[in-house]
Structure formats: structure tokens, C-alpha cells
Design a protein around this ligand. Structure first.
Ligand code: GRG
Ligand code: ZN
Length: 327
């Protein structure tokens, strides 16, 4: 409920406001810069960066500030003949960038420019005998790639191209006694992998495999004194877990187990109030990645004025409704 009365009681004025205009300006300069430090470091994963930046702009209601045709033409140039996408023009294809490409095209309502059959065959071709997915032709297996395959194919309406039953079975085999999930069977629970596994199970209608109370307990214990969330026990809080942990709590219906107001304050404290952008912790350097997770986290917390984001697809609810439900 975004009605003013509700918002005011939930986000008192002394909390420090979200610097919408400054974050928009920050993202637009990062998108344009070609040769400074952050851009050089990000070169190989620019398609990921484009997804983070553009989704943030959309949540802030400012997607029309970018040249849509220019972005789409660049995205399509990142596609490899195999059907998968690389992080930039001429780079090798990988699941990570293939999802980003699909998400960016979905943001602009342009999924139809894709050869759907070719892209979905690339993704389906990376499913292994045990139901798991590799990230690319070199074979690294991780539940991140299970999520990416399932999310991508659901957005393309091509889930029937893979063995969903086996994919779910593999994810469930990565569940631990603490209720969480790791990157492979037996690997330690980590909030990032939990998002991937819970997201994939949510999209495939398989959340009954999750012990919601047990996992909800583990996830809400991620909140530390400052209000921020960490990704594992004994670790420092970081704004990105406002996405990984919070989205998971929402998907399993346990978000009321954390202090939402304290978390919102932690995120707002990580803003660079002069230059724009959000960092991992208060007073650290900002980057697009944490700007996305901060704004997306506030959207999940129903911060006033932000478009709601879907916790499973990591896209605005309006985009998911159009693509998945045709509304
Ligand atoms: C569409 C949102 C979206 C995601 C696509 C790539 C992917 C799917 C998910 C990545 C999930 C993941 C593993 C996130 C964790 C990232 C992270 C902050 C790793 C750092 O881990 P550590 O252990 O840091 O180095 P800590 O915080 O534990 O000190
Ligand atoms: Zn982080």
C-alpha cells in the first residue's frame, strides 16, 4: 500500500531521503563513460552493468532518459553465433550475459527482436544429465546457472525446452540442513545462492520443497545491529544482501521477520548524497551494482515513489506482467 498515510508511518522524515535525481544522474554518467577506472574494470561485464543501471532507472521512473534504440542495437551486437550473449561486443557467450540481454530487452518491451528459438536452444544446451546447468561451454556448474536458465526461459516462454523436473531435483539436492542452499550439493549456504534457488523454485511453482520457517529463520538472522543484512553468519553487512536476502524472504512469505525500517535506514545511509550512487556500506565508494541493489531493496520495502520490483524475476512487476501474463 503506497498511500501517503501508510508511507509516512513507515518511513519517518528523519530517515534521510532517497536522492532520486542524483542516482539517476550517476547512472547516466556511468552508462556514457568509456575510459575511467570503473568502466575499464567493468568492460568485460558491461551487459550486466547495463541491466543493473537500466533496471534501476526504470524503478526510479526514468528509463526514458536513455536512447532505447542505441541500447538495443548494442545489446544485439553482443550476441554470439551460438545464440548466447557475451558481456560486450566480441566477447565469449555466457549464461550470465544471456540473462542480462533478455532482461534489458524485456525492460524495453523488445523481446520480439530476438530469435527466441536460437537463444533458448543455447540455454537448453547447457543443461547436464543430472539436471544442473553449466555457465558456458567450459562447464562450471552452479545453482546460479540453474536460476539463470529457468528465469531466462520463463521470460521467453520456453521452459518446455528443458527438463524442469530434473532442474528442480538438482536445486533441491543443494539444500542444506540449515534450510539454505549452496552453489553445488554439500556447499555452504550463502544468501546469493539462496536467492537463485528460491527464485528458480518460485518461477517453476516448486516452493513446497522449501522449509519456509527454517529458511526464514536463517535469512532473518542475517540482519545485524546497524539494520543492514549480511550474506552468511559472522560476515559484514552489505547493501547487496538487501536484494539477495529480502527477495528470498518475500518469496517465502517471511519478510515480516526482519526490521524493515532499520534496513531502509541502512540503505539510505549508504548513499553518496552529493554525487549520487549507493555503496556496499556507509562511507565506501559507490558503484552501479550496489546502486541497483539499494534501490531494488527499497522497492521491495515499498519505499514511496518507487516502482515495485518482482522478487523472482528481478524486473519491475509491470514488465513481468506484460511478458509473462501478457497484461
Ligand atoms: C538477475 C539479480 C539477478 C541475478 C542473476 C548472477 C546471479 C543471477 C546471482 C548471483 C548470486 C550470488 C552468488 C550473489 C552473491 C554475490 C556476492 C556478494 C558474493 C560475495 O561473497 P563473499 O563470500 O562475500 O565473497 P561476503 O559478503 O560473504 O563477505
Ligand atoms: Zn555487495
Amino acid at each position: 500500500d503506497l498511500s501517503p498515510a501508510n508511507s509516512i508511518s513507515f518511513f519517518p522524515g528523519d530517515m534521510g531521503e532517497l536522492q532520486v535525481e542524483r542516482h539517476v544522474a550517476y547512472i547516466l554518467t556511468v552508462e556514457k563513460r568509456k575510459d575511467d577506472f570503473e568502466s575499464v574494470v567493468m568492460e568485460h561485464l558491461r551487459l550486466n552493468g547495463a541491466y543493473w543501471g537500466l533496471t534501476t532507472l526504470d524503478i526510479l521512473g526514468k528509463l526514458d532518459a536513455v536512447d532505447k534504440d542505441e541500447v538495443i542495437s548494442w545489446v544485439m551486437q553482443c550476441q554470439h553465433e551460438s545464440g548466447g550473449f557475451g558481456g560486450n561486443i566480441g566477447h565469449d557467450p555466457h549464461m550470465l550475459y544471456t540473462l542480462s540481454a533478455i532482461q534489458v530487452l524485456a525492460l524495453f518491451g523488445k523481446l520480439h527482436v530476438l530469435d527466441i528459438d536460437k537463444v533458448s536452444s543455447y540455454i537448453a544446451g547447457l543443461q547436464n544429465e543430472d539436471g544442473s546447468f553449466s555457465g558456458d561451454m567450459w562447464g562450471e556448474v552452479d545453482t546460479r546457472f540453474s536460476y539463470i536458465a529457468i528465469c531466462s526461459l520463463a521470460l521467453l516462454r520456453q521452459l518446455d525446452k528443458i527438463d524442469v523436473g530434473k532442474a528442480v531435483k538438482y536445486i533441491v539436492s543443494c539444500k542444506n540442513v540449515d534450510g539454505g542452499f549452496g552453489c553445488t550439493p554439500g556447499a555452504e549456504s550463502h544468501a546469493g545462492q539462496i536467492f537463485c534457488c528460491v527464485g528458480a523454485l518460485a518461477i517453476t511453482g516448486s516452493l513446497h520443497h522449501v522449509d519456509k520457517d527454517l529458511l526464514g529463520w536463517w535469512l532473518c538472522e542475517r540482519q545485524v545491529k546497524s539494520g543492514g543484512l549480511n550474506g552468511r553468519p559472522e560476515k559484514l553487512p552489505d547493501v547487496c544482501y538487501s536484494w539477495w536476502v529480502l527477495s528470498s524472504l518475500i518469496m517465502i512469505d517471511r519478510v515480516h521477520w526482519i526490521d524493515k525500517e532499520k534496513l531502509a535506514k541502512f540503505i539510505l545511509d549508504c548513499q553518496d548524497k552529493e554525487k549520487g550512487g549507493i555503496s556496499d556500506r556507509p562511507d565506501d565508494a559507490v558503484d552501479v551494482f550496489h546502486t541497483y541493489f539499494g534501490v531494488a531493496g527499497l522497492s521491495l520495502l515499498e519505499y514511496p515513489g518507487l516502482k515495485p520490483i518482482d522478487p523472482a524475476y528481478a524486473l519491475p512487476v509491470s514488465v513481468v506482467n506484460k511478458v509473462i501474463l501478457g497484461k
